[in-house]
Design a protein around this ligand. Structure first.
Ligand SMILES: Cc1cc2nc3c(=O)[nH]c(=O)nc-3n(C[C@H](O)[C@H](O)[C@H](O)COP(=O)(O)OP(=O)(O)OC[C@H]3O[C@@H](n4cnc5c(N)ncnc54)[C@H](O)[C@@H]3O)c2cc1C
Length: 436
């Protein structure tokens, strides 16, 4: 699901760092006061930044705190400068300067990454895309959206919904994550089964390289076989090759009919057999097949007060169908559910067709990470395995850690040929906050 490039590799590989960089800014000092306290080359750098980004250079430690800490609160950096460019040209100027001084830069989107890549290791300059949130164009004939990297995924979804389209990706962090961060992490998410990965739906990218060069691969053509497809290198590169400043994305039409079924079964084998049945009987309208185990449900109940919509089971399945003909889709879903129940693959189930109920069922899957965060320190594994071996890892992990963890849970996307499960171990914290 998420990329896993080690944080150190990222910083060393691309943007370099200055070993002696140490800035101590007064918390409420004006930019002029700060400049006078800095060594000449550093002050020149900050002066440049202040000139390029008037009012968009953050040095207040209180304001910087959340940017220095990751979503899971597992790693923390100590950056003292956050830059908030609005345009690709500004990003280019910043990187050009930093590259010439060997200053390390950490690109940051919505800071929802779960592998620590979005926050500095030491005192790298944070380059935030938060103000690069302008939609450049949307072509309703081709469904192609072109926007800046800092657009929040949910904002893009709302914008498109009003135009009868949807984003090809959706994930629990949609309210905060940026499209640039999604591309940088090659985020998969809940719609991957239906619309494929970003390697297919991203048609073009604009990227600023470490030396400030702007690479314009912002094609808006679905078919483009003119030479190398350079943009692919940046999808999943996690900030190691440059800063993504804009993207063009192929967006599907909004489905006319969406149904969500929430089912319960007793074994993982039944869950996999249900998936087989589902692929056969729902075919082209199947858009998601996700699972969670009973431990996840317990944490959702305990920490988020989300109620289980069915009777207690060992495993739960979220199935979504998206199509263009409500009667046809409902009939197909009904036939599938009847078959799954009569063949005793699933023992429990409920179906939602209304928006609010669909959202409530989806939140049981989307908010697991949040529930885990409330339970204690989360040690998160993100691996891809053949689907039939998926849950064995959780069982083995439970045995291995025994009582040293408060809970070991398994959940994730099952609707892929080789789905990546997410395994969480919450409870003991293996190491203190800080660098690694
Ligand atoms: C509740 C929750 C659910 C999630 N569900 C999923 C899921 O289903 N599937 C999945 O794949 N992931 C999932 N994630 C993790 C996912 O990778 C991120 O949420 C999202 O893709 C990161 O976007 P962001 O803008 O927050 O990036 P950040 O966290 O800010 O950054 C992530 C990485 O990308 C780099 N980066 C950010 N912006 C840029 C840019 N413009 N140019 C170059 N590099 C950049 C950063 O340096 C960092 O290495 C989930 C996270 C949460 C908290």
């Amino acid at each position: 699901m998420m990329g896993t490039l080690p944080r150190m590799l990222k910083l060393r590989a691309v943007l370099g760092r200055h070993q002696n960089l140490c800035w101590n800014f007064p918390s409420s000092g004006s930019e002029t006061t700060i400049l006078s306290k800095l060594p000449p080359w550093t002050s020149a750098g900050l002066l440049l930044a202040v000139n390029i980004l008037p009012g968009r250079v953050v040095t207040d430690p209180d304001l910087l705190e959340s940017n220095n800490e990751d979503w899971l609160k597992s790693v923390r950096g100590s950056s003292e400068v956050l830059l908030r460019p609005q345009t690709s040209q500004e990003v280019s100027q910043i990187l050009k300067y930093c590259n010439s001084r060997n200053l390390a830069v950490n690109p940051q989107g919505g800071n929802t990454g779960l592998v620590g890549g979005s926050v500095p290791v030491y005192d790298e300059i944070i380059l935030s895309t938060a103000l690069m949130n302008h939609i450049r164009s949307f072509d309703s004939i081709s469904g192609i959206l072109t926007c800046q990297a800092g657009c929040v995924l949910e904002d893009l979804s709302l914008y498109l919904e009003q135009r009868d389209h949807i984003m090809p990706l959706d994930l629990g962090a949609k309210g905060s994550c940026h499209i640039g961060g999604n591309v940088a992490t090659n985020a998969g998410g809940l719609r991957l089964l239906r619309y494929g990965s970003l390697h297919g739906t991203v048609l073009g990218l604009e990227v600023v390289l470490a030396d400030g060069q702007v690479l314009d691969c912002l094609a808006t053509l679905r078919k483009d076989n003119t030479g190398y497809d350079l943009k692919q290198l940046f999808i999943g590169s996690e900030g190691t090759l440059g800063v993504i400043t804009a993207a063009s994305i192929l967006c599907p039409r909004k489905p006319k009919s969406v149904n969500v079924a929430f089912l319960g079964c007793e074994t993982f084998e039944q869950l996999l057999k249900t998936f087989q049945l589902c692929r056969g009987m729902l075919g082209e309208i199947l858009s998601a097949y996700e699972f969670l185990d009973s431990e996840c449900m317990r944490l959702l109940n305990t920490h988020l007060k989300l109620a289980n919509p069915v009777r207690d089971c060992q495993f739960y399945i979220v199935i979504e169908t998206s199509g263009s003909e409500p009667t046809h889709d409902e009939e197909k879903l009904h036939n599938f559910l009847e078959e799954a129940m009569t063949s005793s693959l699933v023992s429990e189930g409920t179906v939602a067709t209304e928006d609010s109920k669909i959202k409530a069922l989806w939140s049981l899957r989307e908010r697991i990470t949040e529930a885990m965060a409330h339970d204690g320190y989360t040690y998160k594994y993100d691996v891809s395995l053949p689907v039939e071996e998926l849950y064995q890892l959780v069982t083995d992990m439970r045995e291995r850690v025994g009582g040293r963890a408060k809970s070991v849970v398994g959940y994730g996307h099952c609707g892929r040929w080789k789905p990546p499960p997410e395994h969480h171990l919450s409870g003991q914290r293996p190491r203190p906050l800080g660098r690694h």
